[in-house]
Design a protein around this ligand. Structure first.
Ligand code: NAP
Length: 307
């Protein structure tokens, strides 16, 4: 893989900038979608215990290994610990149950290790550090080549530092032109933590429009999005690509791995074509001024994450 398509996340661990997202893909459709993505050239798949589709994702990877004659070392696979949230009536995971959770995810995936294991969200103040100790242990055991967090804000990262624990190698966060999180991104750069961008396609009118797929803030976002002409439409015409490709290319030029999700083959292929053009400096500067602050999918800073 070309050097401009990967980024080092840990010593000897390189993350492909183009990943395939699988949130809201049911388990029985995940194998087909993941197989299509891997045939289209994706080499990085993002799933989670919470998505309930690790078995299908694993099956899709095995299908691709057979049909494309690929090896396990050709793929980068991320899954995430569901930490448990007492506010939702769940039992927060301890160090021990964190370790068990990855073993269960690996069984569902049919893999011996993942390339990246993340804490899905910083729900529980009491157990966050215990869960992070579990991830550190799993890396030592070789069950996760790299470890990180997701939806962590600066203060959650500071908490790990203050406890003298190892620094996460990645933080998967909602990042797109409408939610650029400059303070957090600067902090990640200073700490050597790779930002991984999720929900890159939020500014599109087609983002999560299927019934039950929207987010708590979808209406607010659509109202904002419908004001005026989309600047991404103009850029898409200028570069002869789609708006989705512009949004993904923006993240890649910023050095953020992306995780576009689709269950439609033509979109899966379109979203993979992000290395054949470049957004010019003037447009990158114009996009910088589009930040609207917080996220949409479920934002860092949401009360539920603030505990
Ligand atoms: N860590 C976290 O808390 C977290 C949170 C959210 C997401 N994620 C990860 O990030 C991945 C991506 O985020 P996401 O699923 O929220 O959103 P996304 O990938 O930014 O957008 C997906 C939505 O856009 C549509 N779409 C995809 N390609 C398109 C195209 N070329 N043109 C027009 N519409 C297109 C999809 O519809 P169709 O499927 O119908 O094509 C779907 O509604 C997730 O799947 C998951 O792996 C992580």
């Amino acid at each position: 893989m070309n050097d401009d398509r990967i980024r080092e996340i840990a010593p000897d661990v390189r993350i492909p900038l183009l990943g395939f997202g699988t949130y809201l893909i049911p388990d029985d459709e995940a194998a087909g979608a993941v197989h299509t993505a891997l045939r289209a050239g994706y080499r990085h798949v993002d799933t989670a215990e919470f998505y309930g589709n690790e078995a299908g994702v694993g099956e899709g990877i095995r299908r691709a290994m057979r049909s494309e004659a690929l090896f396990r070392s050709d793929f980068f696979v991320t899954t995430k610990l569901w930490p448990g949230n007492a506010a939702w009536g769940q039992t927060p995971k301890t160090t021990e149950t964190t370790v068990t959770s990855l073993y269960e995810s690996l069984t569902r995936l049919g893999l011996d290790f993942v390339d990246l294991y993340l804490i899905h969200a910083p729900f529980d103040r009491e157990q966050r550090l215990a869960q992070w100790r579990g991830l550190v242990r799993l890396r030592e055991q070789g069950k996760a080549r790299a470890i990180g967090v997701s939806n962590f804000d600066v203060r959650h990262l500071e908490e790990l530092k203050a406890a003298g624990l190892p620094t996460p190698q990645a933080n998967q966060i909602e990042l797109h032109p409408w939610s650029q999180k400059p303070r957090l991104v600067r902090n990640l750069a200073e700490s050597g933590i790779v930002p991984i961008a999720y929900s890159s396609l939020v500014p599109l009118a087609t983002w999560r429009t299927a019934p039950g797929h929207d987010s708590a803030k979808s209406d607010e976002m659509r109202a904002a999005g419908s004001r005026g002409d989309s600047p991404f439409k103009h850029m898409a015409a200028k570069y002869a690509v789609s708006e989705a490709q512009v949004l993904l290319r923006w993240a890649i030029q910023k050095g953020y791995p992306v995780l576009p999700k689709s269950t439609r083959s033509e979109r899966i292929r379109e979203n993979a074509d992000v290395f054949s053009f470049r957004i010019d400096d003037a447009d990158m500067i114009a996009i910088e001024s589009m930040d609207r602050g917080g996220g949409v999918a479920w934002a860092v800073g949401d009360p539920v994450l603030a505990a």
